[in-house]
Every structure is written in structure tokens, then in C-alpha cells.
Write a protein that binds this ligand. Structure first.
Ligand code: F6P
Length: 519
């Protein structure tokens, strides 16, 4: 049945519309050592009841069991989505020994590199899920480590790979080729470039400096990587959920094995919360319900992420991939069009930079967007004055979005400084509508454990939203389509190109000199 026409949905939507965020009501959820403050999201007794009924109506318990127990959560690709098994104590029997075997191999590799002081430099080549996870974790936590230099190159634009290799000593460099499919154009092209660089630098056996992280060991072997240098994961680990797998190798090399384990452990604690906490106190479920309410009922078309922590800059693109590749769909699992607005665009930037970039739009544009504020209570530095200002700014922005400011309040202020008519006029420009929803997520500090919990919190939020909207969060057919067209254009084959439009053919001719006229 269409979502919008179900009773549970209609009751939920009505309850959302009539609820409000009560400024005197503190709503906190503790989850995996994080605190999620939902006070600035709409709430009411009727809404809580309707949300619980909606969760029941979409068979959430069954969907969660399917996910966690390795059932077919990804229906259009007919496979499980078992990323939680990678960090679990209770992984399903069928996968436990596979996981342990690869983690043990990975650990031996890291120990060996450390013992023999190998690889001062690590160049990680991957894209999308094979890049954002390790890149974001490294950039978030590298402040506490000076073990190795890590560089990342994802883009096919050669500025990326040349910058990544620039100035490194090839004798002391490990090249990691990370690709689930081991066919992704960007990664394979960059890998070939890195091997060329090793050879041109006089390295006789360049592939001795390369390891592969992949679910396609056959392709990695054909590429020339020795079997003992291939660390596997599996098709039941989605690319954007692969950080917990051998894709985490650069994290273990850069931050230490213990940090990698802590990351997994933090995520596991969040998994346990997700599995066991009652719906009203279940952080991922509540985050998803708020997203669904804000998007499908209140009409917000985007969500803003503002970590008030400069170390979390890459958290935004990591989440963009996680959420937008997962939820950017228009049909449900059965292939029927979804009849409510779903999947807000995700964008953002750390505070306080974001305040001077787009907060004007959040405060005073016609609609604005819900914001997730993320803060870490304890910084890694000693400059407490900076940290207090950072936190105060975060709280102030959140309060301003929530509270707003009326024309009358502005007028009362302005009339002391201006004549009546000028004050009247100016007060209209100072109206802040307020009532703009936000969530505050508080980490005691930014370490591997808490970061693991934060990532898992968002993974589960995305999953629950997928269940509520009835869509498959684990496929990405849209990306596959674009990849295929690029491949066609590169064939230099008139047959492959003739069905493209005039503009594409024109630019192929001008830029690449290869488009034939349409006959
Ligand atoms: O962007 C599409 C995608 O398929 C992602 O899901 C994936 O993380 C990325 O490409 C890279 O794919 P691979 O790991 O196979 O190189």
C-alpha cells in the first residue's frame, strides 16, 4: 500500500504538524557514550504514540533482525548487508571465521610493518566508500599520531594522484589499492600511475610496494598483486559501509591497531544500543523519525551537518555518501513510486566557518533546513578559551534557529537608536522566524571509540529511514548508470556515441576530438 494512504502514516503526519519543540522540555538520549539532544525537534504525547505505531506498521523489528542476522536486506542485489558483523562479537556463524581470518592477516601485516619500521608513507587509492571512511577517520584522529604520513587520492583528476605522491620516498612508501570491485576506473587508473611512479623511481619490483583491499581477489591477482598482499572483504559489505573491513588498513597503519579495534568497538556499542534500546530511547530510530517528519511532512528538502570541531571536516562528505547514496531513491523495495518526499540532500561545514558562510540562509531564508550540531566536550588542545567560544557559538546558533526573533522584539531594540519609521522599517529585516529544528550530538571527546559510535549512529539512522520510507538503502543503481555512460564515451567507437545528444557529441569533439557526427 502507498505510504501516504496508510492510517499509521496519516496519524503520524497529523501528529507532526500539531506538535512543537517545547523550550522547557529537555530530551536527551544516551547512546554508546554519546548524548543526543532532541529538545529542538517537534515532540508531543500524540507524536510519540503515532511514531511507535508507524514503527510497528512498517515491521521495523523484523527489518532490523533481517539486517543484523544476515537476511536479504538488499533486495535488488539479493544479498545481506552485514557490516555490523565486522564489528560484532556475535557475527553469524557463516561469516565469523572469514572475518577473523582477514583481520588476523591484516594485524600481522601491520605488526610486521611496525616491527621492521616499514612504510613511513602510505598512499591510499580508492573512491567513494573505499576512500571516505579511512580518509575521514585519519583526518579526524591523526592529531594523536605521528607514526606515518598518510595521503589519499580518489579523483581521476591527476592533480590528486600527483599531489599524493609528491615528495615521498618510494622506497619507504606503501601503495594501497582499495576497491571492492577492483574495476573502478578512478582507482585503477591511479593505481597504474602509482606503479609507474614506483618504477620510474628505480623500484625493481613495484608490486612489492602495493597491497590490495578488495572483494574481488581474482581481479587483484590479475592486476599483479601477490595473494599474500590481498586483504579481502565480501559482497555483503556495502562500499559505503566498508570502513569496518580490511578497508580500514590505513587506519591501523596510521593510528595503530588498537585505534582500529577501538573504532570497531565504539560501533559495536552503538549496534547494541540500536538492537536493544526501546524505540523512544533509541537514538538512531529517533533521528530517523525526525528526518522523516522534517522531510516528508514539514517539507524540508535538505539536512545540514555542522560539526563544531574542525577535525570533523571530512565527516560531511562521508555522511553525504552514506545518506545520499543510500536514500537517494524514488521507488520502494517493490519498485513502486514512493508517494511522499524522501531523502533530503545533505550538506554542511564545520562551525564556526559555516556561520560566516551559509548560516544567514538557515536563519532568515524562507524555509531553511534542519541542522545536526556535533560537538566534542574535551578538545585535544590546551587553548580552552577557543574551545569555550566554539561551544558557545554552537549553542547560540542553535538557540537562535529555535527561538527566532519577532518584529516586535526587534522594534523594541531598534527604537532606542532610530526614529520610529526607520525602526519600523529596519525591524522587518531583523525578523528571525525561529522554530527551526535541530539536533545536538555531544561526544565526551573525539577518539576512535566515540568516532566509531558516531558513524554507526548515522549508519543505523539511514537504515531506519529506509525502512520507514520502504526503500532499499543498500543499492546504488544511479551511480552504476553514470559509470556505464562514461565507459561508453571513452570507447572511441562511433556506435557507442551516436545515441548521445548533440551537446555531448559537440564537447567530445572539442575536448577529446573523438565524437562522430550523428548519421
Ligand atoms: O560511488 C559508487 C560506488 O559504487 C560506491 O558505492 C563505492 O563505494 C564506490 O563506487 C567505489 O567502488 P569500489 O570500491 O568498487 O571501487
Amino acid at each position: 500500500m502507498a505510504l501516504q494512504s496508510s492510517d499509521a502514516w496519516r496519524t503520524f503526519a497529523d501528529a507532526v504538524k500539531s506538535a512543537h519543540a517545547d523550550p522547557e522540555q529537555l530530551r536527551l538520549i544516551e547512546a554508546g557514550q554519546l548524548t543526543v539532544d532532541l529538545s529542538a525537534q517537534r515532540d508531543s504525547t500524540a507524536l510519540r504514540k503515532a511514531a511507535a505505531a508507524l514503527i510497528k506498521a512498517v515491521n521495523f523489528d523484523q527489518a532490523r533482525n533481517t539486517l543484523l542476522e544476515g537476511g536479504i536486506a538488499n533486495q535488488s542485489e539479493n544479498r545481506p548487508a552485514l557490516h555490523t558483523a565486522l564489528r560484532s562479537n556475535h557475527a553469524p556463524e557463516a561469516v565469523r571465521s572469514l572475518i577473523t581470518q582477514q583481520l588476523d592477516r591484516m594485524k600481522r601485516f601491520v605488526d610486521d610493518a611496525n616491527t621492521h619500521n616499514r612504510y613511513s608513507n602510505v598512499v591510499h587509492l580508492g573512491i567513494g566508500g573505499s576512500d571516505w571512511g579511512p580518509r575521514m577517520v585519519w583526518h579526524s584522529l591523526r592529531g594523536v599520531s605521528n607514526r606515518r604520513t598518510l595521503r589519499f587520492a580518489a579523483n581521476i583528476d591527476a592533480h590528486a594522484i600527483t599531489a599524493a605522491l609528491d615528495g615521498l620516498d618510494p622506497r619507504d612508501t606503501l601503495v594501497i589499492v582499495a576497491s571492492k570491485s577492483f574495476t573502478t576506473t578512478e582507482t585503477m587508473t591511479n593505481a597504474r600511475e602509482a606503479i609507474k611512479w614506483l618504477m620510474q623511481s628505480g623500484i625493481k619490483k613495484p608490486l612489492d610496494h602495493v597491497v590490495a583491499l578488495t572483494a574481488n581477489p581474482k581481479a587483484a591477482t590479475e592486476f599483479g598483486v601477490a595473494p599474500e598482499r590481498i586483504f579481502e572483504f565480501w559482497d555483503w559489505v556495502g562500499g559505503r559501509y566498508s570502513i569496518w573491513s580490511t578497508i580500514g588498513l590505513p587506519i591501523a597503519l596510521g593510528l595503530g591497531w588498537k585505534a582500529f579495534e577501538e573504532l570497531l568497538y565504539g560501533a559495536r556499542v552503538m549496534d547494541e544500543h540500536f538492537q536493544n534500546a526501546p524505540i523512544e530511547h533509541n537514538a538512531p530510530v529517533q533521528l530517523a523519525l525526525n528526518m522523516v517528519a522534517n522531510t516528508s511532512v514539514l517539507g524540508f528538502s535538505s539536512e545540514v551537518i555542522c560539526p563544531y570541531d574542525a577535525r570533523l571536516t571530512d565527516f560531511v562528505p562521508w555522511l553525504q555518501q552514506l545518506q545520499m547514496e543510500s536514500l537517494g531513491k524514488a521507488v520502494d523495495q517493490q519498485g513502486n513510486p514512493i508517494d511522499v518526499s524522501v531523502s533530503p540532500a545533505v550538506w554542511g561545514m564545520p562551525g564556526t566557518d559555516s556561520q560566516h558562510t551559509f548560516f544567514q540562509w538557515l536563519h532568515q531564508s524562507q524555509r531553511g533546513a534542519p541542522v545536526d550540531f556535533i560537538v566534542c566536550l574535551e578538545p585535544e588542545h590546551q587553548l580552552l578559551n577557543h574551545h569555550q567560544q566554539l561551544l558557545a557559538n554552537c549553542l547560540a546558533q542553535r538557540a537562535a534557529l529555535w527561538r527566532g526573533k519577532s518584529a516586535q522584539a526587534s522594534l523594541d531594540e531598534l527604537k532606542h537608536k532610530h526614529d520610529e519609521s526607520h525602526a519600523q522599517w529596519l525591524s522587518q529585516h531583523c525578523v528571525h522566524p525561529g522554530g527551526r529544528p535541530s539536533t545536538l550530538i555531544v561526544l565526551p571527546k573525539l577518539d576512535a571509540h566515540r568516532l566509531g559510535a558516531l558513524l554507526a549512529l548515522y549508519e543505523h539512522k539511514v537504515f531506519v529511514a529506509g525502512v520507514l520510507w520502504g526503500l532499499n538503502p543498500f543499492d546504488q543503481w544511479g551511480v552504476e548508470f553514470g559509470k556505464r555512460l562514461a565507459h561508453q564515451l571513452l570507447q572511441n567507437d562511433p556506435e557507442q556515441i551516436k545515441d548521445f545528444d548533440a551537446s555531448t557529441r559537440h564537447w567530445l569533439t572539442s575536448v577529446m576530438g573523438r565524437a562522430p557526427e550523428k548519421t
